[in-house]
Design a protein around this ligand. Structure first.
Ligand SMILES: C[C@H](N)C(=O)N[C@@H](Cc1c[nH]cn1)C(=O)O
Ligand code: ZN
Ligand code: ZN
Length: 477
C-alpha cells in the first residue's frame, strides 16, 4: 500500500526545511551534555531545558520529571538530569506510541583525534560531524521535526505520542527504571507500541530494523602497590608492581581467540535455532567494507559474514577499555605507578543474567589473584549492569516499521540485532509488556562513541520522513 497523497506534501516540506534542521542539530551538538562528567552536569540539564522548549513549541504537553541524585565515587551527590515526558494527543480512537531517545552524549575532545571541534557541527561531503550527531541527538530531532511538519502542513497526526527523553543513557540510565515502574499505571498506562531510534544500520546502504540488543556488565579492577608513584631506577626489581599484576589479571579475561575462559560463563548463552540462523543470510553486509572503514588488518571469525554478525549481536564479548593511573602521555616516564584501575565490560546476551555474570567475574578474578600470589591490595568493583533484550520481529508492529522504511528508501530493510546496549529497553519491555521496535536513522559507519562521529545529511532528512511514515503505518495496524 502506498502512503496517502498528503505524505508527498509532507516529504516536500521536510526537504525544503533541511537547512533549518541542520541549524537545529548545530544548536543541540553545541550543548556539551556529557552525562559521565560531573563538571558537565549543568550542560546536560541545559540540554533537557532546550529540548523541552522545542517540544512545547511543537504543541506537546511537557512534564519534567525529577529523578533525584547521583552518588559520585567520592561520596558527594549531584542532581540527576531530569527526564522529559511529553504528550501529544489523547484520542481514544488512535493508537498510542511511546518514543524513547536520549539527550546525553559520550565524552569527546579534539585531542582524541577529531578533525574538527566535536561540539561544533561541521559539514563535510554531505556529512554532519559532531558528538551526538547520530547518538542520539540527530534521531531525537528527527522525531520533533516530524511532528512540526504535521502541524505546519495541517495534516492530522495519526497516533497519540508519549515521548520519554532521558539524559543518562550513556551512564547506565541511572534513575529511569524506578521512574518507569512508578509511572506504569499513569503515564504509561495506555501505550500500544514502543519505538526507539538509538542504533545504526548494520552497513551503509540498506536500512535496518532491529529486534535485539546485548546487555552490558561493566567492571573496575584495582591494584595498589605503594603509597606513592616510584622511580623505576630506584625501586624497580624490588617492588611487586601493580601494573604487572593488573595486566596479568586483564590478560586472563580472554584467550587468543577472544573467548572468555571464565568457568560456566557461556553455559547460559541461548542455543542458535534454525529460525534465527535463517535471519542472517539475507542481511546485506560487506565484511571487507566494514574492515576497511574501521581500519583493521583482519577481523575475527574468518571474516565470514554470518559468523561475524553473530559475534557482534548474539554472542558475548569482553572489551578492555583503559587503565586509570597508568602513564599514557607521549614520550617516556620511568615511573612505577602506585595504583592502577583496569576498566573492562562484557556485552551479555540471551539468556545470561546480570547478577550471575557479575558473581562469576568477581569469583574468577579472585581466583586469578590467588594464583598470582601478589602481596598488593586488590579490589574488583561491579560498576553497572544492563540487561539484554530481544523481540518478536514477526509482530505486525515490525511489519509497520518495514513498510515505513520501504516508503522512504524504496528497499526491503535488513532485520538486524545490535551489539550495543540500551539499558532501559529491557525495562520498558518488562514494565509495559508491549512490542518494541528499534528504528535506526544513521549508518554503520557513523562512528558513535568514536572520534569524528557523524550523521549523513541524507539519513538525517530521510529519517524524519521515515518517522512520519512509521506513524502512519502504526495507525493502520
Ligand atoms: C546503542 C546505544 N546508542 C549506545 O551507544 N549505548 C551505549 C550505552 C552504554 C554506555 N555504557 C554502557 N552502556 C553502549 O552500548 O555502549
Ligand atoms: Zn545512544
Ligand atoms: Zn551511545
Amino acid at each position: 500500500m502506498s502512503l496517502p497523497a498528503a505524505y508527498a506534501e509532507l516529504f516536500k516540506y521536510i526537504d525544503s526545511h533541511s537547512s533549518e534542521y541542520i541549524e537545529t542539530l548545530r544548536e543541540a551538538v553545541a550543548i556539551q551534555s556529557v552525562s559521565a562528567s560531573a563538571e558537565r552536569r549543568q550542560d546536560t540539564c541545559r540540554m533537557v531545558d532546550w529540548t523541552a522548549e522545542r517540544l512545547r513549541n511543537a504543541r506537546c504537553d511537557v512534564v519534567i520529571k525529577d529523578i533525584g541524585y547521583e552518588k559520585l565515587a567520592d561520596g558527594s551527590e549531584i542532581p540527576l538530569p531530569p527526564v522529559i515526558f511529553a504528550t501529544l494527543g489523547s484520542d481514544k480512537n488512535k493508537k498510542t506510541i511511546c518514543i524513547y531517545g536520549h539527550l546525553d552524549v559520550q565524552p569527546a575532545s579534539v585531542g582524541d583525534g577529531w578533525d574538527s571541534d566535536p561540539f561544533t557541527l561541521t559539514e563535510r561531503d554531505g556529512k554532519l560531524y559532531g558528538r551526538g550527531a547520530t547518538d542520539d541527538k540527530g534521531p531525537v530531532l528527527c522525531w520533533i521535526h516530524a511532528i512540526e511538519a504535521y502541524h505546519a502542513m495541517g495534516v492530522e497526526i495519526p497516533v497519540n505520542i508519549k515521548f520519554v527523553f532521558e539524559s543518562m543513557e550513556e551512564s547506565a540510565s541511572v534513575g529511569l527504571e524506578e521512574l518507569l515502574t512508578q509511572e506504569k499505571n499513569t503515564y504509561f498506562s495506555d501505550i500500544d507500541y514502543v519505538c526507539v531510534s538509538d542504533n545504526y544500520w548494520v552497513g551503509t546502504q540498506t536500512p535496518s530494523i532491529t529486534y535485539g540488543l546485548r546487555g552490558n556488565c561493566a567492571f573496575q579492577v584495582e591494584v595498589e602497590c605503594a603509597k606513592q608513584d616510584l622511580h623505576s631506577g630506584v625501586h624497580g626489581g624490588t617492588v611487586h608492581e601493580a601494573m604487572a599484576d593488573l595486566i596479568y589479571l586483564l590478560d586472563s579475561l580472554t584467550d587468543n581467540e577472544g573467548n572468555i575462559p571464565i568457568p560456566n560463563f557461556s553455559k547460559s548463552v541461548a542455543p542458535l535455532t534454525e529460525e534465527e540462523k535463517s535471519l542472517y543470510d539475507p542481511i546485506t553486509f560487506d565484511v571487507n567494507e566494514c574492515r576497511k572503514t574501521i581500519g583493521c588488518n583482519k577481523l575475527r571469525h574468518n571474516e565470514d559474514k554470518v559468523q561475524l554478525l553473530m559475534h557482534r549481536w548474539r554472542y558475548p564479548a569482553l572489551s578492555i577499555h583503559g587503565i586509570e593511573g597508568a602513564f599514557s602521555g607521549s614520550g617516556s616516564k620511568t615511573v612505577i605507578p602506585k595504583k592502577v584501575i583496569g576498566k573492562f565490560s562484557i556485552r551479555i546476551v540471551p539468556n545470561q543474567e546480570t547478577d550471575e555474570v557479575n558473581e562469576m567475574v568477581v569469583a574468577y578474578l579472585g581466583d586469578k589473584w590467588k594464583e598470582r600470589g601478589s602481596p598488593n591490595n586488590f579490589k574488583v568493583i561491579v560498576e553497572r549492569s544492563g540487561k539484554h533484550w530481544s523481540e518478536d520481529p514477526f509482530h505486525p508492529h515490525y511489519t509497520a516499521a518495514r513498510e515505513a522504511t520501504r516508503h522512504v528508501y524504496g528497499v526491503e530493510p535488513d532485520l538486524t540485532r545490535e551489539g550495543g546496549s540500551i539499558a532501559i529497553v529491557a525495562d520498558l519491555k518488562r514494565v509495559l509488556q508491549k512490542n518494541i521496535v528499534l528504528l535506526p536513522v544513521g549508518t554503520g559507519d557513523d562512528g558513535a562513541h568514536a572520534e569524528n562521529e557523524k550523521i549523513n545529511i541524507r539519513n538525517y532528512i530521510e529519517g524524519t520522513k521515515m518517522f512520519l511514515a512509521y506513524m502512519y503505518e502504526v495507525a493502520q495496524i
